[in-house]
Design a protein around this ligand. Structure first.
Ligand SMILES: [Zn+2]
Length: 232
């Protein structure tokens, strides 16, 4: 199996110097702790702005080194591993925990970095994959979601007429909308775009799963949250 999945981070959280690795040789199916260790944790920067997600095992490592604190999504209190262990033990009867010899940790839904206040690399590469992500695998003319194989990249102003390969001039279109539009502009084809295409915001494209893994993430990722923060 992949050695990286044996969680060196979880092993390193035992401060008495006795690493507590998971039993070797297990597969994720045999060891229910593995999926929990691989489950994504939402990472906030010091200003509580979401910047990306990390597998829980790496998030635990950051908390162990003091680079991050665990946020209790119920009350936004910040915890280190010991205090999160205490909270987790109180919840243990109804929450599946990540266990080592010393610690029993409820899933880390959200962590906040203690030192970093940047937002990471904000440039979004203009790539087919990112275009699919921006348009959410949806035909931008009819709203169909036929699956990636049946979506095409449509040049709003056709390439044959000088249309650029750019965020502003390209959208996803299903095969039938693409055929219908042909080498015309949407206006000429009497077709309407669902929304004005633009360079995607990095937060919406690169770093977060399409659906929040935990309900608690919605508070941090929702548009309303962002608008509230920015209007301070
Ligand atoms: Zn369509």
């Amino acid at each position: 199996m992949d050695a990286a999945r044996r969680s060196p981070e979880l092993g390193s959280i035992d401060t008495e110097g006795k690493p507590a690795p998971l039993p070797s040789g297990e597969s994720p199916a045999e060891n229910p702790a593995l999926p929990l260790l691989e489950a994504p944790t939402l990472v906030l920067n010091r200003s509580w702005i979401p910047i990306h997600t990390l597998p829980a095992r790496l998030a635990i490592g950051l908390v162990a080194r003091g680079s991050a604190r665990i946020i209790d999504p119920r009350n936004y209190e910040a915890h280190d591993l010991d205090s999160w262990d205490a909270i987790s033990r109180a919840r243990e009867s109804w929450v599946e925990c990540i266990r080592s010899e010393r610690l029993s940790l409820a899933p880390l839904e959200v962590i906040v970095l203690t030192g970093y206040s940047g937002v990471g690399d904000q440039t979004v590469t203009f790539s087919r994959l990112n275009l699919y992500r921006r348009d959410r695998y949806t035909c931008q003319y009819c709203g169909a979601r036929p699956g990636s194989k049946d979506l095409t990249v449509d040049h709003i102003l056709p390439r044959s007429r000088g249309g650029a390969l750019s965020w502003e001039n390209c959208v996803l279109a299903c095969v039938s909308c693409n055929k219908r539009k042909g080498s015309r502009t949407p206006a000429e084809a009497r077709m309407t775009l669902l929304c004005e295409p633009s360079t995607p915001h990095w937060r919406t494209v690169r770093r977060f799963p399409a659906r929040p893994t935990y309900k608690s993430w919605e508070k941090f990722l929702s548009k309303a949250y962002w608008e509230a923060e920015l209007s301070e």
